[in-house]
Design a protein around this ligand. Structure first.
Ligand code: ADP
Ligand code: MG
Length: 405
């Protein structure tokens, strides 16, 4: 597709350039007052037409900044030369106003500002020349109203600046949009590929783990060896965990149905499940649900979300600390808060949450928060973190209630 548009653009460019060249040549040949003289003016005019034509024709094959600068300088010299060589043709003044517009075509902002400056300097010289030396002899139409002409010139430059500014902004926006689309496309394909690979890796892992578990129980191995096996199994468990979390993100949406979920029931079962996990470091989970809390979500995914968040809270807590989990109604929203009094996070850490594989734990996967963000997003909820280092973290999750009163 890009190939076709490129070809089309090139063809249009050449058509425009050839029309431009034809107009420049007609200016040289048709009714030119200097045609018979073959003097300096006519020869310079011809040379400038030739150089400019060659530069324009070369440009598509050689899109360098130097060639763009050359085109701009030659075009400026050409326009000013026309103005000076043919004083009777007052309309050449219009070209002087239009010179900076050329760099808009090239989508080159540095060149644009340069041409604006160059044009301002050259026009000063022209006005100085007309007012002090020429004194209206060849350019009576400018000398008659120098201030009006000057204001018109400035106005034309401002208009061109606005056109440049607006087109530039739009083009930049389009470019970023295009890059974003490309980026997300790439992410999607890499995601699918990674999911396929992850799935393939899981099977051999299971086989290896099975054998290691057998060896671990085999009495012909020394205790030291068995220690090694345990270590290997541990590492394989971590790998398996990463893969299953990863696969749960890549799973197609079709399998998941949205239903009415009673937050109270799910929170009860999640806290029961994590109760023994908390007891490892003597952390207790305190649950407090008030009001009618039903939301539209998928029970399994909603559970996964809460497990990840509460597990993080337990892991961040100091030995013996409480983890508070509350849920309640706030107008048409159900608000769930998970509060811990543990290590807390800095602003940068909070900003990094949700980045795949971002983890500060030695055995962490760094996928938990990414999954949470996905789930919250999917059911039109929001998630906020309030955290201070050494004091703890409050995670606030909001979902639209399915029973708005
Ligand atoms: P993992 O738990 O596997 O490390 P997560 O995506 O669940 O991955 O979390 C990423 C990181 O965010 C954690 O490693 C931890 O540093 C930080 N984090 C998440 N929740 C909390 C919390 N409640 N308190 C302090 N740090 C947290
Ligand atoms: Mg986690």
């Amino acid at each position: 597709m890009k190939e076709i548009t490129n070809k089309l653009n090139k063809r249009i460019y050449y058509i425009v350039v050839w029309i431009g060249i034809a107009i420049m040549i007609s200016g040289l040949l048709i009714d030119n007052p200097r045609i018979g003289e073959f003097g300096f003016a006519y020869i310079s005019h011809s040379i400038l037409v030739f150089i400019l034509s060659v530069c324009f024709l070369l440009y598509p094959k050689n899109r360098t900044a130097i060639l763009r600068l050359t085109i701009l300088i030659v075009a400026s010299v050409y326009s000013y030369a026309l103005f000076l060589f043919y004083p009777d043709t007052w309309s050449t003044f219009i070209f002087l106003c239009f010179i900076p517009a050329l760099s808009i075509l090239f989508f080159d902002s540095k060149l644009f500002y340069f041409s604006l400056l160059l044009n301002a300097i050259l026009i000063m010289f022209i006005f100085g020349y007309i007012l002090l030396i020429d004194r209206g002899l060849k350019y009576p139409y400018i000398e008659a109203d120098p201030i009006g002409n000057f204001i018109n010139f400035v106005a034309s430059q401002i208009i061109i600046y606005f056109i440049f500014y607006l087109t530039n902004e739009r083009m930049k926006k389009q470019q970023t949009y295009y890059e974003q689309i490309q980026h997300s496309e790439r992410l999607k394909t890499t995601g699918q590929l990674a999911a396929a690979v992850a799935h393939e890796i899981r099977n051999p892992l299971t086989v290896v783990k099975g054998f290691l578990q057998l060896f671990e129980q085999d009495s012909s191995f020394t205790d030291e060896r068995k220690g090694h096996f345990t270590l290997m199994i541990d590492e394989l468990n971590t790998a398996e965990q990463v893969i299953s979390q990863f696969l749960s993100i890549a799973k197609p949406d079709k399998e998941n149905v949205t239903e009415n979920v009673d937050v109270n029931v799910v929170l009860q079962s999640v806290t029961d499940l994590l109760h023994s996990y908390g007891l490892l470091h003597d952390n207790r989970i305190e649950l407090n649900v008030t009001g009618d809390c039903t939301i539209s979500a998928n029970t399994i995914e909603f559970k996964q979300l809460l497990i990840n968040i509460i597990k993080n809270a337990i892991e961040a807590s100091n030995i013996g600390d409480l983890v508070h989990v509350t849920a309640g109604r706030e107008k048409e929203f159900v608000v769930i808060q998970v509060i811990d009094y543990g290590r807390g996070m800095s602003e940068e850490e909070v900003a990094s949450l949700g980045t795949p594989f971002y983890s500060l734990k030695s055995k962490g996967t760094g996928l938990g928060m990414m999954i949470c963000f996905n789930i919250v997003d999917k059911f039109k909820g929001t998630i906020d973190f309030q955290s201070s280092i050494g004091h703890g973290t409050t995670v606030t999750i909001r979902f639209p209630s399915s029973n708005p009163v």
